[in-house]
Design a protein around this ligand. Structure first.
Ligand code: ADP
Length: 601
């Protein structure tokens, strides 16, 4: 499917989270020779190619300086590009130069801003080289930083945030370092399904469930390779994790659903889109109210060990400066997995044969396995490193989950290039992805109907309306199944037959692939289809922990002072993680790590 280029103004609901960055600067800053630097005062507009479409901005200058930068239009990825919008324009105004750093993880968006500002400034007649040279001569040396805290959390994703807040709630002074220019990690960009057996919501929906059933499914869904003790902790505490998040101000919807590969309707969805609820309603307000510092663009490089105890970390600051942080009580590794690190994927993969660059990832760019490497270097045991999870749900071009039109498992089918179904779409993630790899070009269509999108402005799980996706050429919409088959380029008879058989199964006939999760038939226009390919999603392996979230070394002993939570850890999900279990995992073990680190001495 060809993605349509967007040249008109696109302000989706999500974009309102990030758009309208307007920065005003003083711009009075130079001691160098300014004679070559004169602007024709005014406001100039320019565009540059962004990640998904052109980015348009305006730059306002007076005779001597850059005054204001306004982002006018863009279609950059929410969550990922936010730090570029937050930082690059302000850096340009602060330094009065376009020779500024790009933001790691948001390089394309940063470059688009820098290019467009440069083009706009050229219209003002200023000498760009002179501008940049003056800024260079103004540069001051950055200083090394040394700090001490009680609990140091490395990584500001979901696990790190749960750990930091809990450590603080348990009386510790807490500091968080994050290598990217923003908080959020994978939680921020995920569909945010959180599994928990819920006595209230599930009862209201007539769904039978229990922590025991969740435990059994988690263990068997990972081929009984997960550590049963850790799985028990996860499933017994998943619901109290929801209650704790609610106590911090986070809101979840009343209805639970079955997420892709979740096997059971126990996934909780936040009220706010994507992972924004975690950060905007719960974590950031808490950290701000309690003056807990998050040091962004600060990358941990090495754990400091003294007398066998982890006492801190060496890190690199945003300007390459040395950062040393000592932790009186403990260090919590919450650095996530290595789904975005192709080298590590290739080194460890024991399931797929190759996970090279030809396979995309749903992960944020910071998921590079740093914590695993740092912990291994000081003797931590690694477990399950060969177990890497793929989803059959990647955007064919980027691997990202955006553009995924499934709402839940029950209402959608997968169709291959020949127009046939090929798998039980309620199966485990590894089973479905393996089946997809057997299909022509490893390619499939998700097909849904009006039941999933009652109106054009109904959103998918990634905050995109179906109308936007159709408009952008990322989904097809048709009044009849025949028409949809034509748009998809699949055999019409096969396709109609596949849908008919599926509908019969919804009515109670035995499904040809053994599917058991159904809700509505696919029988009501409009019908929709969107293309998908396999994509790397989760690394089940990582640092070995015990039920206290303490890191265990290769001799089986606890490494004093070192705790870990979230995707950096291994051994919980076995060979295949259930959909919806990651958010439960990072919240439950983040809290345990936070509490125990706070209490450690
Ligand atoms: P989890 O789901 O376990 O919280 P995420 O990948 O969502 O994992 O979050 C991990 C966070 O840790 C990300 O924000 C990532 O950028 C950050 N991170 C990874 N490596 C480092 C590092 N070396 N130093 C500081 N932060 C890091």
């Amino acid at each position: 499917m060809k993605r349509k280029k967007l040249s008109t103004v696109i302000i989706s609901a999500l974009m309102t989270l990030t758009i309208a960055t307007s920065l005003v600067g003083c711009g009075e800053k130079s001691t160098a020779d300014d004679s070559a630097i004169t602007f024709k005062a005014g406001t100039y507009e320019a565009t540059a190619k962004g990640h998904n479409a052109d980015l348009k901005l305006s730059v306002t200058v007076d005779e001597t300086s850059i005054k204001e930068i306004n982002i006018l239009e863009h279609n950059e990825s929410p969550g990922i590009s936010d730090p570029a919008f937050d930082k690059v324009p302000s850096e340009i105004i602060d330094t009065q130069s376009v020779n500024v750093d790009t933001i790691s993880g948001a390089t394309v968006s940063s470059m688009a801003i820098i290019t467009a500002v440069t083009e706009a400034l050229k219209q003002s007649g200023v000498d760009i080289d002179a501008l940049n040279k003056r800024a260079e001569s103004n540069e001051v040396a950055v200083e090394d930083i040394e700090k001490t805290t009680d609990v140091l959390v490395i990584g500001a994703g979901g696990a790190g945030m749960a750990a930091a807040v809990t450590a603080h709630q348990n009386g510790a002074e807490v500091l968080i370092i994050e290598k990217m220019g923003k908080v959020g990690g994978n939680t921020m960009i995920s569909g945010t399904a959180y599994n928990a057996a819920d006595p209230i919501r599930q009862s209201a929906q007539g769904i039978e469930d229990s922590p025991e059933k969740h435990y059994e499914q988690t263990l068997s869904g990972g081929d009984n390779l997960g550590n049963p003790e850790l799985v028990k902790v996860l499933t017994d505490n998943a619901y109290s994790g929801i209650e704790w998040l609610e106590s911090l101000g986070m809101q979840f919807k009343d209805e639970v659903f079955t997420v892709l590969g979740g096997l059971w309707p126990r996934a909780h969805k936040p009220v706010l889109p994507l992972g924004t609820g975690y950060f905007e309603q719960a974590y950031m307000p808490y950290l701000e109210e309690n003056n807990v510092e998050v040091m962004l663009e600060t990358k941990a490089t090495e754990l400091i060990v003294e007398d066998g105890k982890v006492v801190g970390v060496m890190a690199e600051g945003s300007k390459g400066n040395k950062v040393t942080i000592k932790a009186n009580n403990g260090v919590i590794l919450a650095t996530g997995g290595f789904g975005a690190n192709v080298e590590m994927r290739q080194e460890y993969d024991g399931i797929w044969g190759t996970l090279d660059n030809s396979i995309g990832t749903t992960n944020h760019p910071g998921a590079t396995g740093d914590g695993v490497v740092m912990a291994e270097a000081i003797g931590a045991e690694l477990v399950g490193m060969d177990k890497i999870q793929l989803l059959p749900m990647g955007d064919p071009e980027t691997g990202s989950l955006t553009g995924n039109i499934e709402q839940g498992v029950e209402d959608r089918i997968f169709i291959n290039k020949e127009g046939n179904r090929f798998v039980d779409e309620g199966e485990r993630r590894d089973v479905m992805t393996k089946a997809l790899f057997e299909q022509t070009d490893d390619f499939m269509w998700i097909v849904v109907d009006q039941h999933s999108y009652p109106t054009g402005d109904t959103k998918n799980n990634f905050n995109e309306t179906i109308d936007e996706l159709v408009e952008a050429g990322r989904a097809y919409k048709a009044d009849t199944l025949e028409e949809l088959a034509e748009m998809m380029g699949v055999d019409k008879d096969n396709f109609i037959n596949a849908v008919n058989k599926f509908n019969e199964a919804v009515d109670g006939a035995e499904d040809e692939f053994g599917r058991t999760l159904f809700a509505n038939k696919i029988d009501t226009a409009p019908f929709y289809a969107a293309s998908r390919k396999p994509t790397v999603h989760h690394t089940m392996g990582g640092v070995k922990i015990n039920t206290n979230a303490e890191v265990v070394n290769t001799d089986g002993n606890v490494i004093s002072g070192l705790f870990a939570a979230g995707e950096v850890t291994g051994g919980i999900h076995g060979s295949n993680r259930l959909g919806g279990n990651a958010l439960a995992d990072i919240t439950v073990f983040g809290r345990i790590a936070g509490e125990n680190a706070a209490k450690a001495k």
